[in-house]
Design a protein around this ligand. Structure first.
Ligand SMILES: [Zn+2]
Length: 302
């Protein structure tokens, strides 16, 4: 794990040119990307997120005021893998901003920077409701993927604004070092959670589980994007009881009723997962992940 951080730090430390001035306008689709773009861009950028940390990033209302934000953007940073398929293309077209269209230098699809999990081996029919047809897009809950994303953002900012390349690389390096240190602490605190059997509402948790060695034995949703029926909820309760599940991981933007019921019936603890850091509250990516980890430490901690 620390190998990833070492490689990224070495790559970033290689070249460091120097600075001048101009504030770049960055729009991200999610608040975790915004928090990282802020840290990497520092004083030379302005960052807004289209989705709030309380919103399901699969389904955001493509309201005109969001298209207006994109109209003036120099860089649009997205998660990709069709996470934003239902709303982002409409906003990009509505913005009439050539700089941030797919293929342009001002459009960064971060899924190109990470190791994608759950890539289907057969074609998935979206009409069946599966909202992850090209692989799982929820990689931002894995700090190793977030580190790669921060480096990719620094590289793109350097390309768009070479005058501040020095600052972007230094900021990304500092971020990766902070994240690496925090990650070491999280892994130590959750060492005993390795192999723990958990249940999650949505497949948001796949990268997080991969990072910490958790085993997701069942999902409250029968398929990503499909809400559970009572029959499936009963099945999940049975699985939770028979597999000794102690944690139900639930994204805050989904209806909590069924996850709460499963927790109550099985004695497992409900772990609440926000869609990213609360930017208005000034929260960083590390603070966001720390809050999630802390809830698990209460269950599995030393
Ligand atoms: Zn999803």
């Amino acid at each position: 794990m620390s190998r990833w951080f070492a490689v990224l730090i070495a790559t970033l430390a290689l070249a460091l040119p120097r600075a001048a001035h101009a504030a770049l306008s960055i729009v991200t689709t999610t608040s975790d990307l915004a928090a990282i773009a802020k840290e990497v861009g520092g004083a030379d950028v302005q960052v807004t997120s289209l989705a709030l940390h309380t919103q399901d990033p699969h389904f955001v209302d493509a309201k005109p005021h969001l298209a207006l934000k994109l109209a003036k953007a120099d860089l649009l940073i997205a998660i990709g893998l069709e996470l934003e398929l239902g709303w982002l293309p409409t906003l990009q077209t509505g913005s009439r901003n050539g700089k941030i269209q797919p293929g342009a230098a001002g459009y960064l699809d971060c899924s190109t920077l990470v190791r994608v999990l759950e890539v289907p081996t057969e074609k998935v029919d979206r009409s069946q409701g599966d909202v992850h047809p090209n692989g799982n897009p929820h990689y931002m809950l894995d700090p190793r993927q977030a580190a790669r994303v921060s480096k990719g953002i620094a590289d793109r900012l350097t390309q768009l604004d070479p005058a501040h390349a020095d600052s972007y690389r230094k900021n990304a390096l500092a971020f990766i070092k902070r994240l690496g240190k925090a990650t070491k602490g999280w892994e130590a605190a959750l060492a005993k959670a390795k192999g723990a059997k958990v249940i999650a509402y949505h497949k948001t948790i796949v990268y997080f589980a991969d990072w910490l060695g958790l085993e997701v034995v069942e999902y409250v949703e029968p398929r990503p994007g499909i809400p559970p029926n009572p029959h499936h909820v009963t099945h999940v309760i049975d699985v939770a009881k028979s597999r000794g599940v102690k944690a139900i991981l639930h994204e805050v933007y989904y209806p909590a009723k069924n996850s709460e019921l499963i927790a109550k019936q099985t004695g497992a603890t409900l772990v609440k997962i926000p869609g990213g850091p609360d930017l208005k509250g000034g929260k960083t990516y590390v603070q966001h992940l720390d809050a999630v980890v802390k809830q698990l430490v209460k269950i599995y901690g030393n």
